[in-house]
Ligand binder design. Structure first.
Ligand code: GCW
Length: 710
């Protein structure tokens, strides 16, 4: 009796162990790009020669995190424990040391230009032994160095001849969460908010994992809550919760910021006004800010959306955006905090929406305190699949500017398909502002980068495997905006999928194709905002509610029986004049404007002759067709990667891609059916007629869309 129940317990324990092990190894995407799977046996021996022991010469809570990561990474990758030693006593040591460590003096390392967060990876002789040095001016720098070293091993790159120095391009590399205090996420497609406001300040392991993932790609700031901010976030109850997160993130070099509602002095302060020039309002912001710094000594600052989409702001009191930003900046200054003031403003008038932010903010150049950063979306409308760069870039010569990118795919398919967004961001970062002179890329004019996060409560963090790449790419670009989209795709693929070139090549080519496909089947040739109003999902080029012009596809496409496109030249809204003259002249000139921006800047007849020799109509249809063909091509490419990746993740992506192909057809057919009802022109030879009449597409309404996961 005793025996059999014992056996039963043993068997049950075995089954549970197996289940736990299976869950731990389930390919559910949770491990992101930090998989640390063991290196193949032969190579492992080589790596082991450069990782025989770990020596740490750094102190403090963040040093613990640094050594834990190094140990975790190396022992997993090299499939064996790596001993810690008090000093280098054999060949192959990995030495972590702060730059001012007297032990390093004899090596004469140049570390001044590393700044607070940069690092050096160097193979050197140390105390008579071969060693790999990770050196930085702070523990955070060391952590970045550790992740860089582990990344090299994960990518099977040699680490025995290292001479690498790296420092971030911008001091502020932040994720903006549009998470609400009720747990919902604005434009989030990945479950609920990652923050459990109900149970905070209790810390969930997921917050630690989040911090670690961000640190591994160089992100050093997190705005916890939505820019459409709930004033409650500044109440003591929520500040305690934010402080708990700040404590968790600190060892990972991540500072916490909060989005604040401009009218908070009224809503939670009991004042009658939020007028930024009222001394009582200034005092309220000061006291509130002092209270926050007592709880969070390294608090980053505030993000503010004001006088935008119904949010309150300084203009409610006939004050400027600068007045509004400065009163809050003055409260933060004694503590070293920063205000990120958003430039995303527009009214619902017939005036060109693309011009409104520049018109409001350009006259304020030089009027902001130096601890204000103006946060500008990549393009002048709103995170469209493709926009030319925002004209404020390069032209706020006396104001610090951040670029805001959207990692969550509000307008780019949301949670369907694969759309790798680094090509969109590098297109903008590399654009020449010609201000103050030509050769000044957008990336050279920035002080910070902010990405609207796509992280949520889903087990795989981002809803789909390939959306992880967008989080990864954002971080890498904020660290080094000169990295190419292809290089980042290749890195991410090798970390996330496989180092086998037979997998890397097709996956990278699919990623590089993916954004092109989306632009082609949604908004080719410079069209924008053709999505359904509100949902921003699915085609609706026919929607024309003139009561809300700035949300209407027809306001953007201006299509009628004669032609299509938004005239932003002198004969139209003259938005081209907002760019530096050489840039504006190029966009205005039909002979010089790139095809990809053609209908963004020009209204043209359907029969307009393109550079290709084809008519605009034929070319437009050709782009939609190409988008569908590219979506189909992505599915085929993915099939070719099948033997080299695990079945679980392969299957999930295959179904994402087949859903995307369906949507590509939907976009193509609906757009062509509508535009053809205006142009009355025949489709070019070989281009199939839409599968249904226009009325069919008009009748499909989000959120009950075919195939969309919600
Ligand atoms: O594009 C719009 C989104 C809003 C968002 C706004 C913004 C947070 O549709 O959901 O609000 O941009 O950036 O403020």
């Amino acid at each position: 009796m005793r025996d059999s129940s014992h056996r039963f317990r043993l068997v049950a324990a075995g089954v549970i162990l197996l289940l736990v092990a299976a869950a731990a190894w389930a390919e559910d995407g949770h491990r992101l790009w930090l998989r640390y799977d063991p290196v193949e046996a032969l190579l492992r021996q080589q790596y082991k020669r450069t990782a025989s022991e770990i020596v740490v010469d750094a102190r403090g809570a963040s040093a613990t995190v640094v050594e834990a990561e190094l140990e975790r990474g190396l022992s997993a990758l090299l499939a064996g424990e790596i001993p810690f030693r008090p000093q280098v006593d054999r060949d192959g040591a990995v030495l972590l040391a702060l730059a001012n460590d007297p032990k390093l003096q004899s090596l004469h390392l140049a570390t001044g230009d590393l700044g607070r967060e940069g690092f050096l990876l160097r193979s050197a002789r140390f105390h008579g032994h071969s060693a790999t040095l990770i050196v930085a001016n702070s523990n955070n720098g060391l952590l970045y160095g550790v992740f860089a070293l582990l990344r090299r091993v994960q990518m099977r790159e040699p680490v025995d001849q290292l001479n690498l120095r790296s420092a971030p391009a911008y001091p502020l590399r932040m994720l903006d969460h549009w998470d609400n205090l009720d747990g919902s996420v604005e434009r989030g497609y990945t479950g609920r908010s990652i923050w459990n406001w109900g149970s905070l300040p209790k810390i969930d392991q997921r917050y630690v994992d989040y911090a670690r993932a961000n640190a591994s790609i160089g992100i050093n700031a997190a705005v916890l809550n939505n820019v459409n901010a709930d004033p409650k976030v500044l109440t003591p109850e929520y500040l305690q919760k934010a402080a708990a997160l700040a404590d968790t993130f600190r060892p990972y070099g991540i500072r916490v910021f909060l989005s604040v509602r401009f009218s908070s002095p009224i809503e939670i302060g009991g004042l009658k006004t939020a007028d930024p020039l009222d001394p009582a309002v200034a005092a309220w912001w000061r006291h509130k800010t002092d209270e926050i710094y007592r709880l969070i000594p390294d608090f980053g600052g505030f993000l503010v959306k004001a006088n935008s989409e119904g949010q309150p702001g300084p203009q409610d009191y006939h004050r400027t955006h600068a007045d509004g930003a400065n009163v809050i900046a003055d409260a933060l200054r004694p503590h070293g905090g920063t205000v990120l003031w958003r430039a995303f403003v527009y009214g619902n008038s017939a005036e060109d929406r693309a011009k409104q932010a520049y018109d409001e903010f350009h006259p304020l150049d030089g009027k902001f305190r130096d601890n204000v950063i103006l946060q500008v979306k990549n393009g002048p409308i709103d995170f469209q699949p493709r926009e030319p760069f925002h004209p404020l870039f390069g032209q706020m010569l006396r104001t610090r500017v951040a670029l805001e990118a959207q990692i969550t795919r509000e307008y780019v398919g949301q949670n369907t398909g694969v759309a790798y967004l680094a090509p969109m961001w590098t297109e903008v970062l590399d654009a020449d502002t010609c201000s103050p002179s030509c050769g000044t890329a957008v990336s050279a004019t920035l002080s910070a980068m902010a990405g609207v996060s796509n992280v949520g409560s889903d087990r795989d963090w981002t809803g789909t495997n390939f959306d992880q790449a967008n989080w990864y790419a954002f971080g890498r670009l904020a660290w080094n905006p000169r990295l190419s989209a292809q290089q980042i795709a290749s890195e991410w693929t090798r970390l996330t999928w496989s180092n086998d070139p037979r997998a890397v090549k097709p996956i990278v080519s699919m990623m590089m194709e993916s954004r092109k496909a989306v632009v082609n089947f949604m908004t080719p040739l410079g069209l924008a905002h053709q999505m359904a109003t509100d949902y921003h999902y699915g085609p609706a080029p026919w929607v024309c509610d003139l009561k809300q012009p700035s949300w209407n596809p027809c306001y953007y496409n201006r299509a009628d029986a004669n032609g299509i496109g938004f005239d932003r030249t002198k004969s139209g809204s003259d938005a081209v004049a907002q760019y530096a003259p050489p840039v504006g002249a190029r966009f205005a000139n039909l002979a010089a404007v790139p095809d990809k921006y053609l209908l963004w800047f020009h209204h043209l007849p359907w029969t307009y002759r393109m550079r290709s020799g084809r008519t605009l109509w034929d070319e437009l249809v050709g782009h939609y067709d190409a988008g569908v063909a590219e979506a189909a091509g992505m599915s085929r490419t993915w099939v070719s990667a099948r033997p080299y990746v695990d079945a679980e993740r392969w299957g999930a992506v295959a179904s994402d891609l087949s859903r995307e192909l369906g949507e590509a057809r939907w976009w193509r057919d609906a757009s062509i059916a509508y535009f053809q009802s205006l142009s009355k022109l025949p489709l070019p030879a070989g281009s199939p007629a839409p599968a249904h009449p226009l009325s069919y597409y008009e009748a499909i309404r989000p959120p009950n869309l075919p195939g969309q996961r919600r």
